[in-house]
Ligand binder design. Structure first.
Ligand SMILES: C[S@@+](CC[C@H](N)C(=O)[O-])C[C@H]1O[C@@H](n2cnc3c(N)ncnc32)[C@H](O)[C@@H]1O
Ligand code: SF4
Length: 410
């Protein structure tokens, strides 16, 4: 979720969609993203749409309060029901993300999920996930989420090393994320993810290996490993500019990616998206797959983005403005765009090329196809998949994924 919202045309007050958005909807899976825009403290590298208590003070007052936030989500879910009309699809995935969803009471997350169940129904095998910060949950909290219907949980581990966690401003202690995995398993969660970050200033190859070993040893069935992005405007970017911490270079990122893929593969994980590994197909994050495959999802909460049938819209960013819109009976949508076919094609290439299944060569235009032949010759695409009509990244291709994608969209 970028910190600056795009421009776009206004969203009607009732949130209604052009009829074209619902054409063929029955064939597409439907997911829900629920954004929780609160954090206890802000990590210096993060530019997600999230607010600490002191950042909210005096800007939106009681409306922005996290104590009443679940009722805002319920309101937006009811609005979604009205907008989608008699759309008969049960919801296939729900993903609660943040911010720190687990700063809310577990009962609040269960209430929001209940509203989706009441308004839309959940598919029998629906994936119901939440993100959680390791320091913000305990066994009772996890048991309440599990009893309320959550079956997947994703912990922000980031690193096993104290000095790395410190540069990232993380407040949990090393070892706590691994304990969370055990607590989640004991509570009955069948799917557990650990998020890791590599390339933090001051992190060594050995630190990164130790983080991977600790994550793998904890027994999750999914690991996400992201290169640290130094976002403009963050505290971390300022510290790097002032020379207080060094910038990590791209070669180090590439080395760390190779270390990750090697360690995770050895432990029985397979990559299924450039930054995501799972122990089996059942361990993949179905919700993210909905995004990557251009399905429909409704994103509720401040700054959340939605996509239904080629219409993309985004909500106002501030929790106070968000609550105000819903309280006035208006859609919290701030803007929207109806994606032209060419944009949808480019988006498909961008997203599908990062997947293990790759993207069909038939999606490429002549310049992109010529670029794909060069990428094949350079060892960046798998020859057998190419012969079968798909562009699938090799390990070297994954290291250069952004550059390959840029060439292939032409
Ligand atoms: C925005 S957080 C929300 C979940 C939770 N608050 C947490 O921090 O674990 C989701 C994940 O995004 C990743 N992330 C956030 N900012 C990032 C950045 N600048 N570079 C790389 N990864 C980032 C982290 O791995 C984090 O676990
Ligand atoms: S806890 Fe997560 S969402 Fe909150 S500031 Fe840190 S990385 Fe961002």
């Amino acid at each position: 979720m970028p910190s600056v919202l795009p421009d776009g045309e206004p969203v009607p007050d009732d949130g209604s969609l052009p009829a074209s958005a619902l054409t063929g909807a029955a064939e597409r899976p439907l997911g829900f993203y629920l954004h929780v825009p609160y954090c206890a403290t802000r990590c210096g590298y993060c530019d997600f749409n999230t607010y600490t208590a002191s950042e909210l003070r005096g800007t939106g007052g009681a409306l922005a309060s996290r104590d009443t936030y679940a009722s805002n989500l319920v309101e937006e879910i009811r609005l979604a029901r009205k907008v989608l009309g008699d759309d008969p699809r049960p919801v296939r995935t729900v993903f609660v993300g943040g911010g720190t969803p687990t700063l809310l009471a577990a009962s609040d997350l269960v209430t929001a999920l209940g509203a989706i169940r009441d308004e839309f129904g959940l598919a029998a095998d629906a994936e119901i996930s939440t993100e959680a910060n390791p320091e913000s949950v305990d066994p009772a909290y996890l048991a309440e989420l599990r009893a309320g219907g959550f079956n997947r949980i994703s912990f922000g581990m980031q690193s096993a090393r104290q000095h790395v966690l410190k540069v990232l401003d993380r407040t949990h202690t090393p070892g706590r994320p691994e304990a969370c995995v055990a607590e989640a398993r004991a509570a009955g969660f069948s799917h557990v993810n650990l998020d890791l970050i590599y390339g933090t200033p001051g992190e060594s190859d050995d630190d990164w290996r130790a983080s991977l070993d600790a994550a793998i040893g904890a027994g999750p069935d999914h690991v996400s490993a992201y290169a640290l992005i130094v976002e403009e405007g963050t505290q971390l970017a300022r510290r790097i500019r002032r020379g207080e911490v060094p910038m990590t270079d791209d070669d180090v990122h590439a080395d760390r990616y190779l270390i990750a893929d090697e360690a995770l593969s050895r432990a029985g994980f397979s990559w299924y998206e450039v930054s995501n590994w799972a122990t089996s197909d059942a361990g993949r994050c179905l919700h993210n797959e909905l995004y990557w495959r251009g399905a429909d999802w409704w994103g509720a909460g401040p700054g959340a983005h939605s996509h239904v049938g080629g219409v993309r819209w985004w909500n106002v960013k501030h929790p106070g403005a968000y609550a105000q819109a819903l309280g006035d009976g208006r859609s919290p949508g701030a803007g929207r765009e109806i994606l032209p076919d060419e944009d949808r094609r480019v988006e498909r290439v961008l997203l599908e090329l990062r997947l293990r299944e790759g993207c069909p060569l038939s999606l490429l235009r002549p310049d992109g196809l010529a670029a794909s032949r060069r990428a094949l010759a350079d060892g960046l695409l798998e020859p057998s998949a190419y012969d079968a009509g798909r562009a699938v990244l090799t390990l070297r291709g994954r290291l250069l994924a952004d550059a390959v994608v840029r060439d292939l969209v032409d």
